[in-house]
Design a protein around this ligand. Structure first.
Ligand SMILES: [Zn+2]
Length: 157
């Protein structure tokens, strides 16, 4: 039986109706003060200096950012983290990415196969669809960060 693809959290990123190259994280922006929130804030603007008479509109976040920090998880986290205790633990790489336009840092797992040795502070990365977990019925989707291919990177001196 085919598994149903489900986002691990709803409305935090574009769904499968969008082509992979248009995959984006989804935040909200206050129409009064232009503050951007991720995870999305749908109730009220959290900027204490805001007039409070704006609305929170969904906005896609920048698709690319730069590595602000990174590490790897070399041991199995305790529940409620979901993993098969009988399967060997596969270390994963966790990345904090600075989005310049939004002036924020967004955490996420690196794409499969990306190791800390592939990253450095300042490495340009892009957001891509990822899989957090699968069970018999569902594929739980999330976002990953992947280094931008070397030939696409801006030359910086
Ligand atoms: Zn505001």
């Amino acid at each position: 039986m085919a598994r149903t693809r489900r986002p691990v959290v709803t409305r935090w990123f574009t769904d499968d109706t969008v082509p992979e190259e248009e995959f984006r994280l989804l935040g909200t922006r206050c129409t009064a003060c232009a503050s951007v929130f991720f995870p999305r804030e749908d109730d009220r603007c959290r900027n204490p200096g805001c007039s409070g008479d704006g609305e929170l509109a969904e906005v896609p976040l920048s698709p690319r950012g730069r590595v602000w920090s990174y590490t790897d998880g070399r041991y199995r986290p305790p529940a409620p983290y979901v993993s098969d205790p009988d399967a060997p633990w596969e270390p994963y790489t966790l990345v904090a990415v600075e989005l310049a336009a939004e002036a924020m840092v967004v955490l996420g797992q690196a794409a499969p196969g990306v190791r800390p040795a592939d990253l450095a502070v300042g490495t340009e990365v892009e957001v891509v669809p990822g899989v957090l977990n699968e069970d018999d019925l569902h594929t739980w989707t999330t976002w990953n960060w992947r280094p931008v291919a070397r030939d696409e990177r801006e030359e910086r001196s």
